[in-house]
Ligand binder design. Sequence first.
Ligand code: FAD
Length: 368
Amino acid sequence: MYDFLIIGCGFAGSVLAERLADEGKKILIVDKRNHIAGNAYDYYNKEGILIHKYGPHIFHTNSEDVFKYLSKFTEWRPYEHRVLGSVDGQLVPIPINLTTINKLYGKNLTSDEVVDFLASKAEVRKPVLTSEDVVLNVVGKELYEKFFRGYTKKQWNLDPSDLDASVTARVPTRTNSDDRYFTDSLQAMPKNGYTEMFQKMLSHENIHIMLNTNYKDIVNIIPHKKLIYTGPIDDYFDYKFGKLPYRSIDFKFETLDQEDYQQTGTINYPTSNLYTRITEFKHLTGQKHHKTTIVYEYPTADGDPYYPIPRKENQEIYNQYKKLADETENVYFTGRLGTYKYYNMDQVVAQSLALFRKIIKEEDAAQQ
Ligand code: FAD
């Protein structure tokens, strides 16, 4: 009899498995894929280059607790991600900053001057409801067209005017020349990769791992007291209220017989090409190798569920599933797919640590 059957070996499932095993609980963790680490899975390709199977994963957080927790399973390599955008035949920093504006407009503005420059371009929108409103409000039509409209259309197959404000609200505009993609206080990559970190997390005598297994094939056979589910919530309930829409990505990897390909980790193509961006892994991992591997990202409607599509009508479908989930005894729904919300890795770790505390509290209360 297992205390917990955990579905999904990504961050959500693995953190809970580790924490609960440490409390003496017997755990079976199951994944339908042939590997652990969920979407953070990385491996050495046949040329010996460390790549991320499900697209570039860059770790960044403001949570010291999350960083301290993960540090039990890995050492870190300091890394701050930088992104350039290919716009008007030039490579300019993304998010838009002082350098971006000066380069694009051939100017030499100071930080104070760029504030006025952007204010002169901005188109005030009230109320701010959509992703288009957010951007027009800050940078105006011209920069919106150059940086946001085409990219958003490719990424989501939706015009920004049809997308929740939250999507572009994630992207800042800076009036200084900070060209880091993220500004979190802690930014680093696991020194030997994510998969090794997960191996350490899951190597506990109380944890059994079962890969290549859809939980539906075993859930009624393997005795367990409670279930933790980190797969898609609509799938759990057999799509009773309809399918929750996701955006997927086709990753095309290319290994080149040259040491370097591009000057920074990622280059975005907001208006040209069918792909959104190209990432060169060696920038992220720091690996030295005489060859290099890059990945092109082609957003698609079909494929693995990656990005929940943040629209009101989808949230309403999710709320129906959530209600049912809350009524389902002895099953916890968590993670990006279990709660239909785009979370970064650190947010999923924080969510799992919080759920762990809740479960322990419940168990303690039940014993009294
Ligand atoms: P997952 O990692 O998806 O794990 C869920 C697991 O459940 C999967 O392995 C799946 O196979 C399994 N599963 C599903 N259904 C079943 C079933 N029926 N039976 C058995 N197993 C099942 N975050 C960052 O912080 N930084 C980044 O740079 C970053 N880049 C990203 C890039 C891309 C392209 C994507 C898609 C995401 C990125 N993220 C990034 C987000 C990050 O991937 C997630 O935060 C994280 O993977 C969520 O972990 P999870 O455990 O919730 O989900």
